[in-house]
Design a protein around this ligand. Structure first.
Ligand code: UD1
Ligand code: CA
Length: 499
């Protein structure tokens, strides 16, 4: 991506993040289906550094394990108990020096510094920063932002010629400096030699008693190096997460960005405000997402499919031209041209074949449903294998659990399971076999047979008039009997008499 590869990107993630008020370390909170640190590492990897370092301290084990889980190639550096962004970078570089071993050449090239809690930063912005830093021959280039409300940020102090002189933290700034609206985003490019020389000279004589990375800029300038501040094009990219209000705001901003990219690539999103799509979701051309749709995790939707309204799919695969309406699904595969919903619950291991159907109020789990097979209404299909072109009647239950173990049910090709059947697993319905409606099927039904598992019907004549005399039912029964014995004219007369 970049013409010159930076030597290293150092991602700072040692801070505590107390304002999140969470048992989960701040950088492990997620937006768009990826942790804040995951976003930061993706941007960092995008500039193709020779080494990627993550500086940790707070919740060290969890944060380090998470970083390595995302990217096994990161170097974890531990910050010691000296606080501040400058110390964090120093600890990152020290770890790198240790890794390179004694007697190795000193680090050269460009060192990029980013924060683990700035999730919207684009790789391209880092690429542009590095390119400008290197072509201008700077010792230090800081990415700045012009904000309507700069409160809390370090201010970029420029001299009379407009050249950057220093950065002053909010807590150390004079009133005049606090009026400055150009701020430090915390994203930097340094010449490795300049940074390595300046960092040990940074003291802690400031309002927070911290080693400020920002002090490197003034030190480098004093040493005669070129320093520059480069305003970011989109200030929204460099916002950090400090609390959950910001987490939600940046989550929404990320989602807008994700949806815009999909829309530009040919996806119809009817209502972006109520549609949520995680960053790893894959959408084909002419997919339509109806309002209230959430596509999460590694979900993919192939060309021409329609999803929603009010559908949540996590790690699902939807085939070309399929329609998924008002459905909740996880780890399910919906074949091309298939239809699902409304009100379907697809649990893990559901696989619906091409042009198959899972209809209203149907729950499925570990169920392989063949091409053109239909489960249209009010059923539970668990631990099942259904062939092609089968029809599962309304309200059929695959009784997969006997209270102790779960067993599988097999239904053959073009089988017809009558409405309200209970298939008690383990059991198998052969190809082309039927079950009678209302059957409890406990024995295998051979191919081509019909399984009837219910009591035969018996009618007891005259029951209502004997047992419910004087009731509306008894009167209706009497009228019906009169109509069949006396003919319709007499029945009418009888009714008029009563009225
Ligand atoms: C820092 C900058 C400030 C800038 C702002 C942008 C300094 C001295 N200040 O201030 O100029 O406007 O970011 O958001 O650099 N971190 C560590 N170790 C530490 C301290 C911080 O790893 O000892 C990490 C944190 O985890 C976080 C980042 O550095 O990811 C920023 O830390 P934070 O304390 O929020 O810095 P600010 O005070 O906001
Ligand atoms: Ca901060």
């Amino acid at each position: 991506m970049s013409s010159t590869r930076p030597a290293v990107v150092v991602v700072l993630a040692a801070g505590e993040g107390t304002r999140m008020r969470s048992a989960i370390p701040k950088v492990l909170h997620t937006i768009g289906g990826r942790s804040l640190l995951g976003h930061a590492l993706a941007a960092a990897r995008g500039v193709e550094p020779e080494r990627l370092v993550v500086v940790v301290r707070h919740e060290r084990e969890r944060v380090a394990a998470h970083a390595l889980g995302i990217d096994a190639d990161v170097l974890i550096a531990d910050q010691d108990d000296v606080p501040g962004t400058g110390r964090a970078v120093q600890c990152g570089l020290d770890a790198l020096v240790r890794e390179r071993g004694e007697g190795a050449e000193p680090l050269t090239g460009t060192v990029v510094v980013t924060f683990g809690d700035v999730p919207l930063l684009r790789a391209q912005t880092l690429v542009d920063l590095v390119a400008a830093h290197e072509t201008e021959g700077n010792g230090v280039t800081v990415l700045s932002a012009v904000l309507p409300d700069p409160t809390g940020y370090g201010r970029i102090v420029r001299d009379d010629d407009g050249a950057v002189a220093s950065i002053v933290e909010q807590k150390d700034a004079t009133d005049a400096q606090r009026a400055i609206v150009e701020v430090n985003t915390g994203i930097w490019a340094f010449d490795a030699a300049v940074l390595t020389a300046a960092l040990p000279k940074v003291g802690r004589a400031n309002a927070q008693g911290e080693v400020y990375l920002t002090d490197v800029l003034a030190l480098a300038r004093t040493d005669g190096h070129r320093v520059a501040a480069r305003p970011v094009a989109d200030a929204g990219e460099v916002e950090g997460v400090n609390d959950r209000v910001q987490l939600a705001a940046l989550g929404a901003a990320l989602n807008r960005r994700t949806l815009q990219a999909h829309m530009r690539a040919g996806v119809t999103v009817v209502d972006p405000a109520t549609t949520w799509v995680d960053v790893h979701v894959d959408l084909g051309a002419d997919v339509t997402l109806l309002p209230g749709t959430q596509l999460l995790g590694a979900t993919s939707v192939a060309a021409g499919a329609v999803v929603g309204p009010d559908t949540t799919l996590t790690d699902c695969e939807v085939g070309e031209g399929a329609v998924v309406t008002r459905t909740h699904g996880e780890l399910a595969v919906v074949g091309a041209g298939a239809s699902v919903g409304p009100f379907s619950f697809l649990r893990p291991g559901t696989r619906l074949g091409e042009r198959g159907k899972i209809g209203a109020f149907v729950e499925t789990k570990n169920a392989d449903i063949g091409a053109r097979s239909k489960v249209p209404h009010l059923s539970y299909v668990g631990d099942a294998e259904i062939g092609e072109g089968a029809n599962i009647g309304a309200a059929t239950i695959f009784a997969n659990y006997d209270g102790q173990t779960k067993s599988r049910t097999r239904v053959g090709d073009a089988a017809f399971v009558g409405s309200d059947s209970v298939l008690v697993a383990p059991v198998s319905i052969g190809d082309g076999a039927y079950t009678a409606a209302g059957s409890v099927i406990t024995d295998d039904v051979p191919p081509g047979a019909i399984g009837v598992g219910r009591g035969r019907q018996k009618n007891i004549e005259g029951w209502t008039e004997r047992k419910r005399p004087g009731s509306a039912s008894a009167r209706a029964a009497a009228a019906a009997r009169a109509a069949t014995t006396n003919g319709p004219a007499d029945a009418r007369a009888e009714q008029e008499e009563r009225a």
